[in-house]
Design a protein around this ligand. Structure first.
Ligand code: NAD
Length: 431
């Protein structure tokens, strides 16, 4: 099929590259000139394992190309995926203005039948808005369908998630749209859940909110474990082996972040509110997540007593390992809290340094490696569970630090071992 992907970010680039790899001809469009220029030069603007290789292969095979010209790209493609950002407004609602702009452009460019698919995460009823918008601007009455096909990939393992999904969700109104999308996804051999458009839109928000709820739940258990002096990892293992619950998303830590959970959670709370329902559980999920970052500050204070003038080293800036994405990243919130207290902050991340430097400029000392962070620090905080941090030379770290204090914000070390090495150690829900 000839496919146009509008919005070449984390979702659009991965989807475009994977659809091309599955044998389609794909044009990835973006209105960010610098992104498209980089892609034309063979530079992938985001860090995602395996993406560069798959892009290179498909560009070479002439199955994947990049463009800033949405109108021409729509003319050449029968299926158009909308993958633009849907960032939160101040009140938590999703800002759908990029989606509207794209819908208008598609409406005036379609030469014949087009299937317009929302892949961005959007509130329920967005499909109707997209359809109405296209109708209004589609002066020549060209036939079209709108469908919803939410994306469930995770940054850091996005290619594998796209190619081997647990399920593909397709929300459609017409048989034609259903046939096109089931044919497109057939090579993946994944279960395909076909619903109406509203249900598909709801599935995405409900899934992300449920996962966020699991994280806030285990973080609450961790806070109880802290008070009672037992180990949350043991509790999580005991819970997670129950197949009805499952062991995924039961890692206690400094809270969830990224461009999905925080914004989708607040958007879902607002969607429910507009529909006349007070989604109290999700409000609590949000507030536990906010408190989790403040709790880290409290733990640092318990270790260091007075904070002004002390130096804290942060290992990990991305919201999770294997990505350079720092949007709504908990480590960044923790740095903000520390700076407000007059703490000197040093930091290192294997992939997210450049992006974080743009945020904090010179107010944070960015280091070349974890050892440079440790040097003369009063406390180290493990904020992202990169594999690199699981293999550090701790006797070297201890010698470099001013005081051997470690807050393991992702519970990646063995508390007994860290104490044996001479550190004052605390994890999240385990000491
Ligand atoms: P992103 O910011 O990385 O990418 C969005 C891209 O859209 C940007 O490159 C931007 O320049 C482009 N864009 C905006 N307006 C445009 C326009 N008018 N024409 C062409 N391009 C335009 O965002 P993302 O992380 O890829 O997320 C996109 C959507 O997918 C969001 O709704 C998000 O919630 C959802 N989603 C994200 C993930 C994830 O892990 N990042 C996973 C599942 C779903």
């Amino acid at each position: 099929m000839n496919i146009c992907i509008v919005g070449s970010g984390y979702v659009g680039l991965v989807s475009g590259a994977c659809f091309a790899d599955l044998g389609n001809r794909v044009i990835c469009v973006d209105n960010d000139e610098s992104k498209i220029k980089k892609l034309h030069k063979g530079i992938v603007p985001i860090y995602e394992p395996g993406l560069e290789e798959i892009i290179r292969r498909n560009v070479k095979a002439r199955k994947l190309s990049f463009s800033m010209d949405l109108r021409q790209s729509v003319k050449k493609s029968e299926v158009i995926f909308i993958c633009v950002g849907t960032p939160p407004k101040d009140n938590g609602e999703a800002d759908l203005s990029f989606v509207e702009t794209v819908a208008k452009e598609i409406a005036v460019s379609m030469p014949s039948y087009r299937l317009v698919v929302e892949k961005s995460t959007v509130p329920v009823n967005t499909g109707e808005w997209v359809e109405n918008t296209i109708k209004v601007f589609n002066k020549r009455n060209i036939p079209f369908d709108v469908a919803s096909n939410p994306e469930f990939l995770k940054e850091g393992s996005a290619i594998d998630d796209f190619m081997n999904p647990d399920r593909v969700v397709i929300g459609v109104k017409s048989k034609k749209a259903r046939e096109i999308l089931t044919e497109l996804y057939r090579p993946l051999k994944a279960p395909i859940v076909v619903t109406d458009i509203k249900a598909a839109e709801l599935i995405k928000h409900a899934s992300n909110s449920f996962l966020a709820m699991k994280i806030s739940f285990i973080n609450s258990i961790a806070n109880i474990c802290d008070k009672l002096g037992t180990d949350v990892n043991e509790v999580a293992r005991g819970i997670g082996l129950d197949k009805r619950i499952g062991d995924k998303f039961l890692n206690a830590g400094i809270g969830f972040g990224g461009f999905c959970f925080p914004k989708d959670l607040s958007a879902f709370i607002r969607i429910a509110e507009k529909a006349g329902y007070d989604f109290g559980i999700l409000k609590e999920v949000e507030s536990v997540n906010l408190d989790q970052k403040k709790m880290v500050l409290k733990k640092i204070e318990e270790m260091l007593w007075n904070l002004p003038g002390k130096t804290v080293g942060i290992l990990g800036l991305a919201f999770k390992p294997n990505t350079d994405d720092i949007r709504y990243s908990p480590p960044l919130d923790i740095i903000e809290l520390l700076k407000k207290e007059g703490v000197n902050v040093k930091a290192y991340d294997p992939a997210a340094m450049e992006r974080t430097k743009e945020v904090f400029k010179k107010s944070v000392k960015f280091c070349k490696n974890p050892y440079e962070v440790a040097k003369d620090s009063d406390c180290l905080v493990i904020a992202t569970e990169w594999n690199e941090f699981k293999e550090l030379d701790f006797s070297k770290i201890k010698k470099l630090m001013r005081q051997p204090n470690i807050i393991d914000g992702r519970n990646i070390y063995d508390p007994a071992e860290m104490k044996k090495l001479g550190f004052k150690y605390t994890g999240i829900g385990r000491r």
